[in-house]
Design a protein around this ligand. Sequence first.
Ligand code: TYD
Length: 220
Amino acid sequence: MNGLFITIEGPDGAGKTSIIKELFPLLKKVAKTEIIQTREPGGIPIAEAIRAIILDPKNDRMDDRTESLLYAAARRQHLVEKVLPALASGKIVLCDRFVDSSLAYQGAGRRIGIAEIARLNEFATEGTTPDFTLYLDVDSDTGLRRIENHRQDQIDRLDSEGLEFHQRVRHAYLKLADKYPERIHKIDARKSFQEVLEMSYQAIIQQYPQFFESQEGDRK
Ligand code: TYD
């Protein structure tokens, strides 16, 4: 693996999707090698098809372990079809969610257990771990309020879970960030959009000068 594998994580309402949209072009400008943006579940046709099944609010009979297996299946296909070839050819991969999401949502949120979900994902990824993870942290009240304000017309099956589910998810993320401080960089996502964007950008380019030109004061 010669490239750089960066993942972005966070509970619902952390602003992850909007941050990535702005962060990717900024990183692209200073990247010394090709950079691609992708997402989980999805990123390639088979995984996008699985995503549609998982997130469809009509599938309210889905068993928690079925859900976990579907995320892991989508992850496996996306990894072998897109992420690993890109890394092998030296690219930087910026991926919206990865195994940490399953640990937090299925392991803690659905209460299957972190260790069980870790084992399932070990099978799916054969141990592939991101080099660096940005974790956008937001408390569950703020997160849920943001979802309600901004996305009334596109609430998915997981967004519609209650406060306690989202609190368990966030708590698991915080524990993971404590457990893997070298890999997981925590950012306070209650701050303004511009601040979160700037902190995310700086965290990545400062950590990997071999992959990004440092252009202090040169942006905008
Ligand atoms: P995402 O598209 O990142 O949604 P959002 O923009 O709301 O963050 O992810 C969709 C949902 O899938 C989100 O609620 C988190 C959930 N999810 C899991 O529960 N487990 C997983 O392994 C992944 C990748 C996502």
